[in-house]
Design a protein around this ligand. Structure first.
Ligand code: TTP
Ligand code: MG
Length: 225
């Protein structure tokens, strides 16, 4: 992996690291830490776009009525994530909050499995996803999985008080958690686009920052593989 990355540097092709995990697991905190302490490019999730596309708050609409608005939000999430993945690099290493893969494998999958997305909507999103991943190169070097208990995320979510998310019950976070574990730990559901580094993330901020530092070389150089 290190060799691959060096080779890529020589050819000025750089492959990104995706930070993954449940809602409110601490992805933005992780990105912020590395942005402040290294010369890397950090791309946070385009959530402001999901809250305001030409005046419409898709995130709020989806939480209010997932059956009606799930497809609308997820179509737009897919577009904005594709836009992130394919944007021009500005530094030798790029870190991205989530990926087009988790939008599909976790969130779309969850809406469908929980009966909140009609099969026809799921089929259309899947066709789009398959076309994109077949025809567009979306390389990922490493997935960093911030592994939390759903309970921790629920507590953090309540503390942060994002308006749209007030309706999220613990069960929703449990479903997202299960899909993440199946994908990144058990590797039983869908393909893994890259190796996975797991960081336990139920800890307080100070311990989390310490763990990020401890894992800095593994994350930024991929040399543990
Ligand atoms: P998160 O991607 O979990 O981002 P976050 O900033 O809440 O996480 P962290 O605290 O770890 O930085 O989700 C943002 C919101 O968007 C959340 O309410 C879940 C929602 N969402 C979807 O509904 N569908 C999707 O495909 C994605 C990626 C997010
Ligand atoms: Mg975030």
């Amino acid at each position: 992996m290190l060799a691959k990355r060096l080779l890529c540097r020589t050819h000025a092709v750089i492959i990104p690291i995706c930070i993954e995990g449940n809602i409110a697991c601490g992805k933005t905190t992780c990105l912020k830490y590395f942005k402040e302490t290294s010369n890397i490019e950090v791309l946070t999730e385009p959530i402001s776009k999901w809250r305001n596309v030409r005046g419409h708050n898709l995130l709020a609409l989806m939480y209010q009525d997932p059956e009606r608005w799930g497809l609308t939000l997820q179509t737009y999430v897919q577009l904005t994530m594709l836009d992130l993945h394919t944007s021009a690099m500005t530094a030798p290493v790029r870190m991205i909050e989530r990926s087009i893969f988790s939008a599909k494998y976790i969130f779309v999958e969850n809406l469908f499995r929980s009966g909140k997305m009609p099969e026809v909507d799921f089929a259309v999103l899947s066709e789009w996803f398959d076309w994109i991943t077949t025809n567009v190169s979306i390389p990922v070097d490493l997935i960093v999985y911030l592994q939390t208990s759903p309970h921790t995320c629920h507590e953090r979510l309540k503390q942060r008080g994002r308006e749209e998310e007030k309706v999220i019950p613990l069960e929703y976070l449990e479903s997202i958690h299960q899909l993440y574990e199946d994908w990144l730990i058990k590797s039983i559901s869908v393909p893994l686009p890259a190796p996975v580094l797991v960081i336990p993330a139920d800890h307080d901020l100070q311990k989390m920052l310490h763990q990020f530092e401890e894992n800095r070389d593994k994350i930024l150089a991929g040399s543990y593989l």
